[in-house]
Design a protein around this ligand. Sequence first.
Ligand code: FES
Ligand SMILES: [Fe+2]
Length: 447
Amino acid sequence: MSRNRLNEKTFQTLKQKMAEGLLPQWVVTDPEIYELELEEIFGHTWQFLAHESELKEPGSYVTRWMVNDPVLLVKTNSGELKAFLNSCTHRGSHLCTADAGNRKTFTCAYHGWSYNLEGDLIGIVAGDKVYGQEMKKDEWSLRRIPKIGIYQGMIFGNLDPKAMPLEEYLGDMKWYFDMLLGRSDGGMEVRGVPQRWVAHANWKMTSENFAADPYHVQTTHRSTVELGISPKDPLYAGYGHQVVLGHGHGINVITSATGRSAYRFQGLPESMWPMFERNLCPEQVDILSRTTVFVGGVFPNLSFVSPIHGTEGHLHNYLNFRVWRPLGPEKVEVWCWFMIDKAAPEEYKEEAYKGYIGSFGPSGTLEQDDTEIWARIVQASRGIMARDKELSYNNLCNYLMGFDRVEPDNTFPGPGIAYPTCYLDALSRSMHEYWLELLTRDLSGAE
Ligand code: FES
Ligand SMILES: [Fe+2]
């Protein structure tokens, strides 16, 4: 297959350039790399499916995608969560096409086979008459997604039955998830439905933009500076720490120039603060209390941002999780969840939701800024110069910020390798390294 052309030499060059802090531009949207990514990355890594609060009652279900595999995630009568390939076992038709709902059974629109919440085939139209007694229904249950894992209410799936456990994969990210998702009693809840839209972008660039790139904020989102929402200081999104967490995960813990935020606990109501102190360890309380924005990602395609948003008199915190579902090398479907502390006052939740809608989501100002830039990246990657694998046009992207220059800060209280600035390409480089490691895993001689 594609590897005939993406040969060992190509990967050796990639590896060498990446070691120099450079990324060949052709890998961004190369169709052969994309095919490999689907198999070697998305076929083996943990992908976010839903938050537990989206499936409240027995019979609740949501339909999701693991790139091209349709997934039906259901809460069974015993309260267990099960994930199936959302495809009828008769002829493979896409079984349930609604986004979410509550049902006792799922019936296929093609020939009417039906399944219960456990995925068992329970009804065949004219069963005995056309298939006879010998048809063994229990051999035709829905196919299970090989693995599902839950951490702090976040439900992930994995298509590789031999994948490492979710907790091991998340590693030190768990500590930060505990801080963001487990800080208040009852955890977080999804409000509304995940918004979805399609952007002309490559999934690597969107993941990297969110997880690892506070440097773009003061230019791409310049309008927020002009409107007086963001400070004029061009370093304003760079204060704090960029934390590299392994397996391509990481988080930026953005403070103000003083190392603190003007808004303790991101401006969340004071009535909630004792809860944070009860649920978190002192180091987590310290970080949470003085951070302005958390922004990061779980490799390959889950990102999150927890900002303080709004203009004066309207400053609210929320948590936005998003999946970049690749639809091709130049297209992503964005899935965007708004989350808020279940224990927050109702009025606060409502206001925070408004803050989110104004900033992110298809109508959000920040979102539109980014979308335009992502489209420009794919636009410029189609030409002969950008696509040249020999790199004869010096078609390399620059990831040299802080390269060999910024040392980790060992006094940072959280786990991971914490660098004392967020204007840094350390996390992007770490994402690319893990990306290459997965792509070349079974390529003999690529090491
Ligand atoms: S494909 Fe579903 S019943 Fe035939
Ligand atoms: Fe942005």
